[in-house]
Design a binder for this molecule. Structure first.
Ligand code: AMP
Ligand code: ZN
Ligand code: FE
Ligand code: FE
Length: 308
């Protein structure tokens, strides 16, 4: 069993890399990818910890992008760029590599987005919110993201968002921070094609993270069967190698359907829990949301083969 989608304190997870490696060891994982958002800064710490636990580490990152081929439609019908997440495996780690320069640009855009998001929330009534109070929930300034905003909003403005529970947490994203929310501020104009271009020749393998969260507002089996095949075919044509069919946030039936569609499209079915520690209370490392996720070891062999 392996887990190829996890977050640490270097982005919006709550475990340090060492805690994550220890947890993975106790769970009996054979390999893990730490896929913090737009950064590989956690890699060295994670590599040391994994070596102590005899756990294989796949260098990874989760990249924030937009897909202009499949725009999202706002409530008034206007098309908007669709924000999507790509997982990148075996990423080059040298700071001067173009892939790392690309990630550095995304982190600058994230910092600018965070400034604008604070402004926007203050205008909407979260007047006690400041960037400092948001940062207090994060361990590394470069990794500050929306879950840290959510934590600060619960801390400072329970009169608006209520007491923090898994339900109010989800609602906060629907009402405020998510793409449907009143305070939504897009992060980047860099596209899926841009990351494919910059990764070309670097032996990085790209896989679409949580396909349903990215592309479908309603994930009924009928919608998945009607809409995913064209999306997956387009991704493959644009240079993406895999799709996270074994996604920890999906139930077993949805995962089975996505596994079939992924194979039909000629893509590699990757998988992971999207573990975030207390920033996603209902998701467990390795086994995901429903507890029955099992990502087969062979996925890693397929990813390795795709490098060549
Ligand atoms: P950011 O990197 O700042 O754009 O924040 C993205 C992160 O916010 C995701 O990786 C999730 O951890 C969290 N997130 C986004 N949408 C939701 C949602 N609807 N419910 C819960 N968490 C979410
Ligand atoms: Zn996250
Ligand atoms: Fe994601
Ligand atoms: Fe993630």
């Amino acid at each position: 069993m392996i887990d190829l989608h996890t977050h640490s304190t270097f982005s919006d997870g709550s475990d340090t890399p060492a805690e994550l490696a220890e947890r993975a060891h106790h769970l009996g994982l054979r390999a893990i990818a730490l896929t913090d958002h737009d950064t590989t800064a956690s890699h060295d710490e994670m590599a040391d910890a994994c070596a102590r636990f005899d756990l294989e580490l796949v260098p990874g990152v989760e990249i924030s992008l937009i897909d202009t081929t499949f725009p999202r439609h706002a409530a008034n019908g206007d098309p908007q760029p669709r924000g999507v997440h790509l997982l990148a495996y075996f990423v080059p780690l040298a700071p001067e590599h173009p892939v790392q320069q690309f990630l550095a640009r995304l982190r600058r855009e994230r910092a600018e987005r965070n400034q604008r998001l604070v402004q926007r929330l203050r205008e909407l009534g979260f007047e006690r919110l400041t960037l400092e109070r948001v940062r207090a929930h994060a361990q590394h300034d470069e990794g500050v993201g929306r879950p840290h905003f959510a934590a600060a909003m619960f801390e400072l403005h329970p009169e608006i968002v209520g007491e923090r529970t898994p339900q109010t947490w989800s609602r906060l994203f629907v009402d405020w921070l998510g793409s449907t929310g009143r305070a939504y501020v897009p992060k980047t104009t860099l596209t899926l094609e841009d990351v494919v271009d910059v990764a070309r020749g670097s032996r990085t393998v790209l896989s679409l993270a949580h396909p349903l969260l990215n592309y479908l507002s309603d994930a009924s089996a009928a919608r998945v069967e009607a809409e995913m095949p064209a999306i997956l075919a387009s991704l493959r044509a644009r240079g993406i190698a895999g799709v996270e069919a074994h996604y920890g946030g999906s139930n077993a039936a949805t995962r089975a359907l996505m596994l079939k569609l992924t194979r039909d499209a000629g893509l590699i079915p990757t998988g992971g829990s999207d573990y975030h520690g207390h920033f996603k209370e209902d998701v467990s490392l390795g086994v995901g949301h429903s507890g029955d996720l099992r990502v087969p070891d062979e996925v890693l062999e397929e990813l390795r083969a795709a490098r060549d």
